[in-house]
Design a protein around this ligand. Structure first.
Ligand SMILES: Cc1cc2nc3c(=O)[nH]c(=O)nc-3n(C[C@H](O)[C@H](O)[C@H](O)COP(=O)(O)OP(=O)(O)OC[C@H]3O[C@@H](n4cnc5c(N)ncnc54)[C@H](O)[C@@H]3O)c2cc1C
Length: 202
């Protein structure tokens, strides 16, 4: 069973990349909260409006201004159109500004430069623009998905004697999409998980 997880894909060659924050790990999240502690009213830029970027943006909006940037023309692109109205309403409620169809091109001291040339105030720039599965997936299959995840069947089988789980797998969620998060595994046909709909509330 391969369960070696994934890691944030960091930008290559981005000027000021050493100033970026992330919430991919507990240490990364602690570094961010330590940096912003005592700076209520901060300006934060979140690059990547996917699952993790949305979580970062909504959390950061509690104490500061947040600009959410994504090169896609929509927020939550990988989540599909279903949840988008709810996501957009939540972002509006929290006053989170969006710049879509653009990305962060440079990070400086107290500011970021977007790919359209706009300079925006930024006490912190959080990078959440994608993950990539452990390289160990390459040992199992040459047919990886764009996130480097190995294809499996609904019982997480990748090869006759090899299974994979978590962020290393591209398991089918439905006819159109692969599973995005570990919790989605409850939808698979696994004998050790309860039937869908019987998972106790957290
Ligand atoms: C901010 C944030 C919020 C999230 N919120 C949710 C959520 O609400 N719901 C949800 O379902 N998912 C959520 N996720 C995603 C979720 O965290 C991941 O899907 C999940 O952690 C994947 O579990 P995993 O076991 O595959 O990988 P990991 O949790 O990354 O664990 C992999 C482990 O394997 C170890 N490892 C790596 N390589 C090797 C090796 N060669 N040998 C031995 N060990 C190795 C690593 O050190 C690590 O401990 C969130 C992620 C983030 C960043």
């Amino acid at each position: 069973m391969l369960a070696a997880g994934s890691a944030l894909v960091r930008p290559r060659g981005l000027p000021g990349a050493e100033r970026l924050f992330d919430i991919d790990t507990l240490d990364g999240a602690r570094r961010l909260t330590g940096h912003l502690r005592g700076r209520d009213g901060y300006a934060a830029v979140v690059a990547g409006a996917g699952f993790v970027g949305l979580e970062a943006a909504t959390a950061l909006a509690a104490r500061g201004r947040v600009l959410l940037v994504d090169r896609s023309p929509v927020v939550g692109d990988g989540l599909g159109p279903g949840p988008r109205p709810v996501i957009e309403a939540a972002l509006d409620d929290l006053g989170i500004e969006r710049r879509l169809g653009t990305t962060v091109a440079e990070v400086g001291d107290g500011h970021a430069v977007l790919s359209d040339g706009t300079v925006v105030e930024a006490d912190a720039v959080v990078w959440s623009a994608g993950l990539r599965a452990s390289d160990l997936t390459r040992q199992i299959s040459g047919d990886l998905d764009p996130l480097g995840r190995v294809p499996v069947d609904r019982r997480l089988r990748a090869l006759p004697e090899v299974f994979a789980a978590g962020d290393t797998v591209a398991a089918p969620f439905d006819d159109a999409a692969a599973i995005l998060a570990a919790a989605d595994h409850v939808r698979l046909d696994l004998p050790f998980f309860p039937e869908e709909g019987t998972v106790p509330a957290a």
